[in-house]
Design a protein around this ligand. Sequence first.
Ligand code: X90
Length: 281
Amino acid sequence: MNKRIKLAADSSADTLFLQGVDFSAAALKIITAEKEYVDDAGLDVGEMVRELARYNGRSSTACPSPGDWLTAFGDGEEILCVTITGNLSGSYNAACIAADDYLAQHPGRRVHVINSLSAGPELTLLLEKLRQLILQGLTFEELCREAESYLQRTALVFMLESMHNLAKNGRVSPLAAKAAGILGIRAVGKASDQGTLALLDKCRGEKKALESMLRNMENLGYAGGAVRISHCLAENAAAALEQSLLAKYPDARVEIAPCRGLCSFYAEQGGLLVGFERETI
Ligand code: X90
């Protein structure tokens, strides 16, 4: 294992472990009046989603503190850190503060913090790409450059049945959230270039919504590259999307995984997040 280079990401990346490289995650928290859920390997995500479905009070989230980030940085000599979009979370700012502290404590070491402007599976794709490149022996400078350029070649679309938690916590306007609150209507959208939610479509029924997702992926430049689908208790929808992708792009590398805590809280039951590689023009 390359012990010089350390990868760190917050728990919005849905990644607990990366084989063969030095990786640590910084947990976000999901907070209710009754309980605090720490989005780390110990969290039973299914149980959290079920408990939250029964809970009617106020709930919110909290990003990692600079101290949490410092813990994730550990004793790395060269640290590459990936955060959820800085336009919806304080995680990126906290990581930048931690980076300054770290460099003050350890002159001569390096920290590069990347604001993904995204969430969930687009971060997972980036981490997997960085894992490969570390194993191939790229230098820290090369990794920083490749990370930024890979992010230009990936995107994120989503399908949400409810945007209740996003609206309640001020991450989308109540008006935008309204459609997704109506029974049977799914909101399809993307991570905008500013790292916010942009609505693309409102669909009646899952089939139409999945068609819209695929169409929008293609509009954003999808042409058969890697796809990562994260779902919140929506395994069937994820599998259906995989099928339609493979029907059209038989060589596509598609992976499906359940969301961890933070993405489950905001995507809510039935939500799908899709990170994918796109061709750029
Ligand atoms: O700092 C915090 O408390 C975390 C706040 C996170 C808010 C947004 C999370 C979004 C999760 C929802 C659909 C995809 C959105 C893509 C946005 C760029 C996933």
